[in-house]
Design a protein around this ligand. Structure first.
Ligand SMILES: *[C@@H]1O[C@H](CO)[C@@H](O)[C@H](O)[C@H]1NC(C)=O
Length: 239
């Protein structure tokens, strides 16, 4: 009896070792580890399952909210490999590091700012991009300054640790050239259809015709309304 037990024990141990080795090999080839470079490949199933089948007692009520960027970063055409550290204005306080979430927007003749949004919620698939700036808070030269807004071909969140002029997403369309006003402030907006859970990427660039005096910079706070300087997305109800 003890010999039979010992034999079975040894045999099953061998079988276990074989299973362990083979399963490790297949697991490694099927699931590469998730990092911030490939996390966008994971499925993002809708959280609003069968909402579209719900019968509504009335017409959609006009509603809207503001959606602030998930990423704001600079790229520099004069220094193609430069990666701008995301400066969140973090500071040490007696209770620890505080990250207020302010984002820097900077546009100069060579530096432009890439801004990324993710649409949220359900039935809010009517988007409106806003650039809203108060008067005279900008380094505006005598001729005035225009900022060109481009749409970029980037449909998942950017990796800010590798974003530089060289790795920037390609431009798809020029949306507008926004003339900044010194006296009245600037409110520019453009409405377009967007999908739920869509990642939208834009670039703010100095207009090429302005010569050398373009310099626009602001720190963007989250959740503030006009006329605090901000680039943000308003989502309007569609259902
Ligand atoms: C955007 O990029 C994707 C893949 O990189 C490509 O298939 C698509 O044609 C591009 N779209 C435009 C409008 O350039």
């Amino acid at each position: 009896m003890p010999y039979i037990s010992l034999f079975l024990c040894a045999a099953f141990t061998l079988v276990n070792i074989v299973f362990t080795i083979s399963s490790r090999r297949t697991a490694a080839s099927l699931d590469p580890p998730v990092t911030h470079k490939n996390i966008h490949l994971l499925r993002r199933p809708s959280q609003y399952i069968r909402f579209d089948e719900v019968q509504r007692p009335s017409e959609p009520i006009p509603r809207q909210f503001n959606n602030y960027p998930i990423a704001v970063a600079q790229i520099d055409a004069a220094d193609e490999g430069r990666i701008f550290a995301e400066d969140a204005r973090a500071y040490m306080s007696p209770i620890g590091t505080v990250v207020p979430g302010d984002r820097r927007v900077l546009v100069t003749p060579t530096i432009s700012t890439v801004v990324q949004f993710r649409t949220i919620d359900w039935g809010m698939e009517d988007c409106e991009l806003h650039v809203s700036l108060p008067a005279l808070s900008l380094g505006v030269g005598p001729k005035g300054v225009s900022v060109v807004v481009h749409r970029l071909n980037q449909t998942y969140p950017l990796d800010l640790a590798t974003l530089s002029y060289r790795t920037r997403p390609p431009r798809v369309a020029k949306l507008a050239s926004v003339q900044l006003s010194r006296t009245e402030g600037t409110v520019w907006h453009r409405r377009f259809a967007c999908a739920a859970d869509d990642v939208l990427t834009f670039e703010l660039e100095c207009s090429q015709t302005d010569g050398g005096d373009c310099l626009v910079e602001w720190w963007q706070k989250r959740g503030h309304v006009e006329p605090v300087p901000a680039v943000y997305l308003t989502q309007h109800a569609t259902a």
